[in-house]
Design a protein around this ligand. Structure first.
Ligand SMILES: NC(=O)c1ccc[n+]([C@@H]2O[C@H](COP(=O)([O-])OP(=O)(O)OC[C@H]3O[C@@H](n4cnc5c(N)ncnc54)[C@H](OP(=O)(O)O)[C@@H]3O)[C@@H](O)[C@H]2O)c1
Length: 298
């Protein structure tokens, strides 16, 4: 099985006609819209006429009349929940969770006591999703489609999680620590799709794309990082090319009754992680996430 996911043969969303790509008045909030994939998607949406609220650490772009910015530290579960609480969730058509890091070579723990990659790339999303989902889109004047939640990560490949060590406290390996966030993010998609029937939830696997995501493992502004980015830039599509493929999914009518679907780097539906949906693994992963967040949230 490819780690980019196995393409589903039973369903394809099809290409959007221009009439279906009307983004005027579409209100989207993008966690992680300050960098990498989230930033490319923000720019594409702004060009198409949408209104975008960006949540992140540092906004690098000049002001735009249809973009607002909320600075936040999303490595903290309590800060993540507070930001979500303050958002006018009722007014949004879509929430995109793209923020995240790649675990460093040595294990780091946040001031709240959570392994840093798990906190930033997975648990923060878990907290934000749970906070926003019950209110999402409920106050929109014209309800075109159900509100949508898109969770970025690396879903669809075959990957197991050691439920006895979700925080990588024993034998720390950065690849395993990041792999754990992948399983938690896919679990969030399946769980939220079942738990919140009034919204549609989707998981996004972008494949490999040149961004700053490997800075955690290779070091910020190092030769190793530059070499990795150059190689990836040559071999794979750019963040901008990817954004042009996935932005139509944000409004695609064919997704309306497909909550829980996962998409690959070409915006094609892919199969779920077989480990996660077998036996009662999903229930255990959900219970682990719920118990960790309950312990941390004040
Ligand atoms: N790029 C790839 O090859 C690849 C492959 C597989 C999966 N993905 C997934 O795609 C998603 C996006 O990754 P990317 O490649 O776009 O990564 P990226 O270029 O490193 O961007 C990450 C984003 O997360 C934000 N962020 C990180 N730590 C934060 C914190 N403590 N508080 C607030 N914001 C924080 C960053 O904000 P600032 O810029 O403001 O610091 C930035 O906007 C992630 O889920 C990643 O796992 C990416």
């Amino acid at each position: 099985m490819s780690s980019f996911g196995t393409v589903r043969e039973d369903w394809k969303p099809g290409t959007l006609s221009s009439a279906q790509t009307d983004y005027e008045g579409l209100r989207v909030v993008i966690f992680g819209g300050t960098g990498g994939l989230g930033r490319a998607i923000t720019q594409s949406l702004l060009r198409k006429g949408a209104e975008v609220t960006v949540v992140g650490r540092t906004l690098k772009d000049p002001p735009h009349p249809r973009r607002s910015f909320i600075p936040a530290d999303l490595s903290s579960l309590n800060s993540s929940r507070q930001v979500a609480r303050n958002l006018p969730a009722e007014t949004f058509d879509a929430v995109l969770l793209t923020h995240g890091i790649f675990a460093g070579r040595t294990r780091e723990v946040t001031p709240e006591g959570v392994e840093k990659d798990l906190a930033t790339s997975a648990m923060s999303r878990w907290v934000v999703a749970k906070e926003l989902a019950p209110r999402l889109g409920g106050g929109r004047p014209s309800r075109r489609q159900k509100p949508r939640l898109f969770v970025w990560g690396f879903p669809g490949g075959e990957r197991a999680l050691d439920l006895t060590d979700i925080q990588s406290s024993r034998n720390y390996r950065w690849q395993t620590a990041h792999g754990n966030t992948v399983v938690f993010n896919e679990a969030l998609v399946h769980h939220a799709a079942a738990r919140f029937p009034d919204i549609n939830v989707f998981g996004m696997n972008p494949g490999i794309i040149k961004t700053n995501i490997m800075a955690g493992a290779l070091g910020q502004a190092t030769l190793k990082l530059r070499a990795q980015q150059t190689l990836v830039g040559v071999l794979f599509q750019s963040a901008e090319a990817y954004a042009e493929k996935v932005v139509p999914l944000l409004v695609h009518p064919a997704l309306e009754d497909r909550s829980g679907t996962l998409f690959n780097r070409h915006a094609q539906p892919i199969d779920p992680n077989p480990w996660l949906i077998s036996d009662d693994h999903l229930d255990h992963v959900v219970a682990a996430a719920e118990s960790l967040s309950a312990r941390i949230l004040r």
